[in-house]
Ligand binder design. Structure first.
Ligand code: ADP
Ligand code: ZN
Length: 430
């Protein structure tokens, strides 16, 4: 199903022509209105009229999240404050947040892209949407909220948490789809199980859009099984409107990134040079339609790769592989580079393992993986636990090259969060 068949299936030459026009317009806009970019252009000796092809993108400066913070609150605004309609901030980990402004057109485009993304997986106006993203300054909930309204769905602005109320709403209003984080999805699955709810039998749920943090294929399967529905990967970031940047289609193999609104590059994060076609690297995005706060070559720090083959659904916008983590998520333990997602991949593929885990780093580079056992399957035999523990430690060693301590815990013993979950606790004294 298509929301806007013409633009979603536009042939590549026409799409690239549109991208070039929009890139040229964006570059002119920031050169005229944003001193930060004007100075960068002067340093690099580049003028808006030098952009003749999409390859000229590489002449333009990168923008980083540090630039956003340094220009907080209004430094990167490209329209008079009067023309800004909405302010969002990004959670960020330290210091000042990033302030993101939207014009009326930006608000509308953000909703449009979410509408496109929902319909791509079969959502129609008959669907009932229970939005379990966090409402507030984050883009996560509001942008998907307006997207679903645009499709004509009934929208229930539930927000995350309060699972008893979630269940009541899902039952009373026959909710058919939800949008939530992987960690809350896993928690909700456990909650339903504990309350004897069989989602396939007792609820009308058909789809979950899951995103806002990285998760593995194994986690995806667990959510599908636990909630009795289809999971679609949902990717976005506040700097690029929020959710709706790239979503999965019904093929569920990679996420179409809406290339009429964003230009994609994949670079080697260490050198800034493009990687070879199809190779993994850092995703860099340039906004093509944003008015209030256009960003050139924004370094997302998200690690992914482009699927080069065309998709069977007929959409021409290229797909991204599942995000495997952020370039700055990387841990260095005993000199080895490790991404938390590598650990999650091993844990979630192992039968007997439950839904929650925590990576804890202590002392002088000691790594402990605390992992919950599955609700069912454990018959109380110590030998069984010892075997699982050593299997996990061995599989982890093959994946991450060091052998961590594995601690098995009863289901439900690790903390859960409603928003983004903290998977790593680093208390090392190095
Ligand atoms: P931040 O977490 O930087 O404060 P956001 O709330 O805008 O900002 O979150 C955007 C980030 O969330 C992305 O850059 C990415 O790291 C992560 N993210 C969002 N969706 C996904 C997804 N489907 N898979 C993996 N990571 C995701
Ligand atoms: Zn597709």
């Amino acid at each position: 199903m298509f929301w806007d068949r013409k633009i979603e299936t536009l042939d590549r030459p026409a799409l690239e022509q549109l991208q070039l026009q929009r890139l040229q317009k964006t570059v002119r806009r920031v050169a005229a209105h944003v001193p930060f970019y004007r100075e960068k252009f002067a340093e690099l000796g580049v003028r808006p009229r030098d952009i003749h092809s999409l390859d000229d993108l590489r002449r333009l400066p990168f923008t980083t999240s540090a630039d956003l913070r340094a220009n907080y609150p209004t430094g990167l605004l490209a329209v008079p404050l009067d023309d800004a309609l909405r302010l969002h901030t990004s959670s960020g980990t330290t210091g000042k947040p990033k302030a993101l402004f939207f014009s009326r057109q930006d608000v509308d485009n953000a909703a449009e892209l979410c509408a496109r993304s929902f319909v791509m997986s079969g959502v129609t106006k008959k669907d009932v949407f229970q939005n379990m993203m966090t409402y507030g300054m984050f883009t996560g909930a509001l942008v998907t909220h307006y997207g679903a309204e645009k499709v004509g769905c009934l929208v229930i602005p539930a927000g995350p948490g309060n699972s008893e109320r979630q269940l009541m709403l899902m039952q009373d209003f026959r909710t058919t789809f939800i949008h939530l984080t992987p960690s809350y999805a896993l928690y909700l699955a456990t909650f339903l199980e504990k309350h004897g709810v069989n989602p396939r039998r007792d609820l009308a749920l058909r789809k979950a859009f899951v995103g806002a943090e990285p998760y593995t294929e194994g986690t995806c399967r667990k959510i599908e099984h636990g909630l009795g529905l289809d999971v679609y990967n949902s990717y976005g970031l506040s700097e690029m409107n929020g959710p709706g940047v790239a979503f999965e289609c019904e093929q569920k193999h990679g996420m179409h990134l809406w290339e009429d609104h964003f230009l994609i590059e994949i670079i080697n994060p260490a050198t800034g040079e493009p990687v070879k076609a199809g190779e993994p690297g850092e995703l860099v995005l340039t906004t093509l339609t944003r008015e209030a706060m256009p960003l050139l070559r924004y370094r997302t720090r998200d690690i992914t790769s482009i699927i080069t083959k065309p998709c069977r659904c007929g959409r021409t916008h290229r797909r991204l592989h599942r995000i495997t983590g952020r370039s700055d998520d990387m841990l260095i333990v005993r000199g080895v580079n490790i991404y938390p997602q590598q650990i999650e991949r091993v844990l979630m593929a192992q039968s007997g393992v439950g839904r929650n885990y925590l990576i804890s780093l202590e002392g002088l580079d000691e790594m402990t993986i605390k992992v919950e056992l599955a609700e069912a399957g454990f018959e109380g035999q110590v030998e069984q636990l010892v075997k699982l523990q050593s299997q996990l430690a061995e599989k982890l060693r093959t994946e991450i090259l060091i052998k961590p301590l594995v601690q098995l815990l009863p289901p439900g013993s690790l903390p859960v969060s409603e928003g983004k979950t903290k998977r790593v606790i680093d208390n090392r004294k190095l």
